[in-house]
Design a protein around this ligand. Structure first.
Ligand code: PGA
Ligand code: ZN
Length: 434
């Protein structure tokens, strides 16, 4: 039993607030006995994996088209607050295990992952604040020092935009930067160069959910060409300073009727693997996420066996930040990196467990936002706390995305000489000489 000074949770309250798409979400506030007050709000996905923790919505069509979260708010103000009142805020794992017990299901359907995560994160933030410690250091300890490589989603398609592009995310990755600060500058300059190119070609510069442009194009491959041109236009070397990454989000492209994927044309998993292999030979792509669908185990095998040595293969919908599913993918030797989204699993403790498992397997770690976000920058601290390889948090545009990048800038500044940009280590792991 801990016999140090206890920081007791005095009050927990939740509020229904809005996310970046104008949908309601949960914000939790936690007040400690020493007067510390902290808040956290949770994001929401559009291309969600089926096995994600349940995001509790009211289903009352009279409010917010059924998307209200008053039941989740009530679960915080009622059950959760009753059971966590008086508990030590520094006992993060104990508190998260209590949330799991109170929820009583294996997918957070009891309380809602939006309720549990808002509380779990607010408790962590309050505990850090009360110790006058930055959140990344509280969560990660004395060894938290690494600034993740940003994957900036500058061209949006799929479920994130109303255009004809099938691949959900086309990202630029400033791997060759010397610091996070340089990486963001290189990314932002390339973003502006891309805007200029789109304008020159009379293509739309309106933006999608994650701040990337969302033009109609003649093919997915045209987007790859535009990104490479934008990198060069900004004065950088494609495949040296900046690389490309994709989130195909193939589960969303799956057509039940034809039993094929609709990426450009109708394709089998084997067709997709060939398509990506062709792209890899023509473009400096270092990472492909969800290249096949979440139920397509054979597809994941073909993808990993054919491309697993050439490129980072990130599992998102396939493992949904769920430790049990990550274990299965690792045991089956499928994928070689994991996307980590705290709201897919619903507590800070389980998120940290997902990261730990991923690292122990020698897989890459990508900390990620959701397409519906808030101003909360928890994932920036989480990425540094876990010394993650990458952070995926949208374009350098829209404050819900930029808030995370700005928090990383603050952390890098605070760490000074102790900060370490992940670029060189990631380049080595992926066998890319930059
Ligand atoms: P989502 O998309 O937040 O809409 O699920 C992000 C992703 O697929 O990585
Ligand atoms: Zn994804």
């Amino acid at each position: 039993m801990w016999i140090g000074e206890m920081k007791a949770i005095q009050i927990i309250r939740a509020l229904e607030v809005l996310d970046s798409r104008g949908n309601p979400t949960v914000e939790a506030s936690v007040l400690l006995s020493d007067g510390t007050l902290a808040r956290a709000s949770v994001p929401s996905g559009a291309s969600t994996g089926e096995a994600e923790a349940v995001e509790l919505r009211d289903g009352d069509s009279g409010r917010y088209l059924g998307r209200g979260v008053l039941r989740a708010v009530q679960n915080v103000n009622g059950t959760i607050s009753e059971h966590l009142g008086g508990r030590d805020a520094h006992d993060q794992r104990g508190i998260d295990l209590t949330l799991l017990r109170l929820d009583g299901t294996d997918n957070k359907a009891g309380l809602g992952a939006n309720a549990t995560l808002a509380v779990s994160e607010a408790v962590a933030r309050a505990a850090a604040l009360s110790m006058k410690m930055p959140l990344y250091r509280y969560l990660g300890g004395a060894f938290a020092h690494r600034l993740p490589v940003p994957m900036m989603n500058v061209l949006n398609g799929g479920a994130h935009a109303d255009n004809n592009v099938d691949v959900q995310e086309f990202m630029i990755v400033p791997l060759g930067a010397q610091s996070l600060r340089d990486a963001l500058r290189m990314g932002a300059e390339t973003y502006h160069a891309l805007k200029g190119l789109l304008k020159d070609k009379k293509l739309a510069t309106a933006i999608g959910d994650e701040g990337g442009f969302a033009p109609n194009l003649t093919s997915d491959e045209q987007a790859l060409g535009l990104l490479v041109d934008a990198v060069a236009q900004a004065g950088y070397k494609p495949g040296q300073d900046l690389f490309l990454a994709l989130d195909v989000a193939a589960s969303n492209a799956w057509d039940e009727r034809s039993g094929r994927y609709k990426i450009g044309s109708e394709r089998t998993a084997a067709d997709l693997v060939r398509l990506y292999d062709g792209w890899l030979s023509r473009y400096p792509i270092l990472s492909i996420e969800d290249g096949v669908g979440e139920h397509d185990h054979d597809g994941w095998r073909a993808l990993t066996e054919t491309l697993g040595k050439k490129v980072q293969l990130v599992a998102d919908d396939y493992v949904v930040t769920n430790p049990a599913l990550i274990r299965r993918a690792v045991a089956d030797h499928l994928a070689n990196a994991v996307l980590v989204k705290p709201n897919q699993i619903g507590t800070v403790t389980e998120t940290l467990e997902a990261v730990e498992l991923t690292k122990r397997a020698g897989y890459g770690v990508v900390i990620s936002h959701r397409s519906g976000e808030t101003e909360d920058s928890f994932i920036a601290d989480l990425a540094v706390a876990t010394n993650a390889d990458f952070i995926k948090t949208g374009a350098p545009c829209r404050m819900d995305r930029v808030a995370k990048y700005n928090q990383l800038l603050r952390i890098e500044e605070e760490l000074e000489g102790a900060a370490d940009y992940a670029g060189p280590a990631v380049a080595e792991r992926l066998g890319l000489g930059v």
